[in-house]
Every structure is written in structure tokens, then in C-alpha cells.
Design a protein around this ligand. Structure first.
Ligand code: MN
Length: 132
């Protein structure tokens, strides 16, 4: 058993080619084989969001603070708040983030296949983000 102690892993800022705005990422556990899950706490400042992307094995998001938006391609934007849990099926193109006025933090639980947990696509434009 391994206990990853609080404070043992520095916070990082998400890479701008895959995120818009200020996104802080605190990596938690990356499972050891045969486990295949990674977990991380992600905080989006107002206006911040992921790029469009997919997950080869799907993804669970558990909103732990604030109020944000999630959207699957071809569907209306949805509001999510602390305590909500979201399932994103494998291969579904989507994005997640803060609203334009409120921050949002979620725990991301993502299984990987052959080491790949996500496939990044284009950034979410301001027009797409605000139109929902
Ligand atoms: Mn995702």
C-alpha cells in the first residue's frame, strides 16, 4: 500500500495548448498495473475550460467545489455544481470547465488504455463556450 501524503506533489498549471484560461491541476494517484486509473483534482478559474477532447475508456467527474459547465458535442451545455457526478462515455467529444463568472473544481477519474487517458482536439472558442 502506498499513501501519497498531502503536500508531497506540487500543484501545476495545465498546458495552454489543451486548456483555455487558468487551470490548476493537482495530480493524485496514477494506478500501478494491473490497475489502469488516474485521478486528479482540477480547478478552473472563471472562464477557464478544457479543449474539446475524448477519453478512450470514458471519464468520471465529481464536482467538489463551485459551479461550472460541461458539454458533449451536439448537446446543450449543462450546469454542474458541488456534489454532482458526471459520466462521459468512451469516445464522446466533450469539454468541461468553469462558467464565465464562477470557478469550479472537480475530481477527475480516468481509466487509460495502452497508457492513453485522453485524446486532445481543438480549443473551445469563446463563441462555443458562451453560447453553450
Ligand atoms: Mn474529459
Amino acid at each position: 500500500m502506498k499513501v501519497q501524503k498531502a503536500g508531497s506533489t506540487p500543484s501545476g498549471y495545465a498546458e495552454p495548448e489543451h486548456f483555455t484560461g487558468q487551470v490548476r491541476r493537482d495530480r493524485l494517484i496514477m494506478a500501478e498495473a494491473p490497475g489502469c486509473v488516474q485521478t486528479g483534482l482540477v480547478t478552473f478559474e472563471p472562464g477557464a475550460r478544457t479543449a474539446w477532447h475524448t477519453h478512450p475508456a470514458g471519464q468520471t467527474l465529481i464536482i467538489t467545489a463551485g459551479f461550472g459547465w460541461v458539454q458533449a458535442e451536439g448537446a446543450p451545455r449543462r450546469e454542474v455544481a458541488s456534489g454532482d457526478a458526471v459520466w462521459i462515455p468512451a469516445g464522446e467529444k466533450h469539454w468541461h470547465g468553469a462558467t464565465d463568472t464562477t470557478a469550479m473544481t472537480h475530481l477527475a477519474v480516468t481509466e487509460y488504455i495502452d497508457g492513453v487517458a485522453g485524446n486532445w482536439l481543438e480549443l473551445v472558442t469563446d463563441q462555443e463556450y458562451l453560447r453553450g
